[in-house]
Design a protein around this ligand. Structure first.
Ligand SMILES: NC(=O)C1=CN([C@@H]2O[C@H](COP(=O)(O)OP(=O)(O)OC[C@H]3O[C@@H](n4cnc5c(N)ncnc54)[C@H](OP(=O)(O)O)[C@@H]3O)[C@@H](O)[C@H]2O)C=CC1
Ligand SMILES: CC(=O)N[C@@H](CCC(=O)OP(=O)(O)O)C(=O)O
Length: 337
């Protein structure tokens, strides 16, 4: 079988370099183009790629990508920028896995409320599929446009899905306390990511206003078949990568830890990238992998869920490859194990 010709958009960023490394190991993908605003060889932008790939970045131009035979483009661009670049690709029959948040929220009014920007591509928003394979499964396979899920939301959604699906917790008052490494903020410099600002310090941010709140609620409401509401508080941790979410919920009946662990094991039995554990996971257990590790506990009448992942792999580029595998009929694990 011929390899699928792919392009990576936004080559100089963190998710792009992670994705390029995954795609170089993928048996069915060939990177034929990388776009960037910088006229550089990709290995000059990311020296870790030296000797592994010979591609010079090109400016974004949908016709030029089509002329190179690109069948699938991975958007590693900031939100807002993505929705400008993606329509011309779809018009040229190039399938897209978008790592930004632009096509994740089905309701453009909700997007405007949380992102403080107007959505300019309602046409494609209408057919985008939310790319969380463990929940939306086969709906992803035939998609033209996959909205890759956010990094924090994956820990919350997969951490809670078994409980919500079986109506074992109250659907409101769920508390999600998340910690992320600094690479979650991307490579573009910002003051709070400056070394003396974040090193040896832990801080909460976007309290009550973080834009992943509606994304978590949208997916969990789909799983529940009824509205779910959460309180989500992210924290910046002085580490390169990794997310740990600690989630608190109220059970709807008396539950035990062995019963819930068994429920999680059966819910994720055929999901190769969710590992159900009895001990609380550490971010390091997942570093560099597409695994999301989850552990469920019962403490003083509350259910606690701990979920860990690598924000750049499982949280972004790894799940993007998982989605690519579904789009082009590869084994879901191709290039990832
Ligand atoms: N970091 C993470 O853990 C996660 C990130 N995401 C999402 O993935 C996307 C990429 O994230 P990430 O790689 O971390 O971000 P980076 O800031 O590291 O990279 C984004 C790249 O987009 C390109 N770009 C094009 N237009 C613009 C513009 N107007 N302003 C700034 N950059 C622009 C730049 O590449 P160039 O200079 O080559 O043109 C830039 O390096 C984002 O939408 C992010 O929200 C999703 C999940 C997790
Ligand atoms: C630590 C840190 O700053 N994390 C980022 C995660 C954003 C992200 O990558 O998610 P989207 O794809 O939805 O933008 C933040 O909280 O904004």
């Amino acid at each position: 079988m011929d390899k699928v010709k792919v392009a990576v958009l936004g080559g100089s960023g963190y998710t792009a370099v992670e994705l390029i490394k995954l795609l170089l190991r993928h048996p069915g993908a060939e990177i034929v183009a990388i776009t960037s605003r910088q006229d550089e060889h990709i290995a000059d932008l990311h020296p870790s790629l030296l000797g592994r790939i010979d591609v010079r970045c090109q400016p974004f131009d949908a016709d030029a990508l089509k002329a190179k035979g690109v069948q699938c483009a991975f958007g590693c661009l900031p939100h807002g920028t993505s929705m400008e670049s993606i329509p011309p690709l779809l018009e040229r029959d190039i399938r897209v896995v978008d790592l930004s948040a632009d096509y994740r929220l089905r309701d453009a009014k909700v997007y405007q409320e949380w992102y403080k920007e107007t959505h300019h591509d309602l046409k494609n928003l209408a057919h985008a599929v939310y790319g969380l394979p463990e929940v939306y499964g086969d709906a992803i396979n035939g998609a033209k446009l996959v909205a890759n899920p956010g990094c924090y939301p994956q820990t919350a959604i997969l951490g809670l899905a078994p409980l919500v699906a079986h109506k074992l917790i109250e659907r409101s008052g769920i508390v999600i306390d998340s910690k992320s490494g600094v690479s979650g903020g991307g490579r573009t410099p910002k003051l709070n990511f400056h070394f003396p600002e974040c090193n040896e310090s832990v801080s909460a941010y976007a309290v009550g206003t973080h834009r992943h709140t509606p994304e978590i609620e949208q997916a969990l409401s789909d799983v529940a078949g009824a509205p779910v509401s959460v309180i989500f508080t992210p924290h910046l941790m002085p580490m390169d990568r990794g997310i740990l979410s600690t989630i608190y919920a109220t059970p709807t009946r008396a539950v035990t830890e062995p019963e819930l662990t068994e429920l999680y094991r059966s819910y994720y039995a055929d999901k190769p990238f969710v590992r159900v554990r009895t001990a609380p996971p550490a971010t390091k257990d997942t570093t560099g992998t597409n695994f999301l590790d989850v552990c469920v506990k019962v403490v003083r009448g509350k259910v606690l869920v701990l979920a860990a992942e690598d924000n750049l792999v499982r949280g972004a580029s790894g799940v993007a490859v998982q989605n690519f595998n579904r789009l082009f009929g590869f084994d879901e694990r191709a290039g990832l194990l």
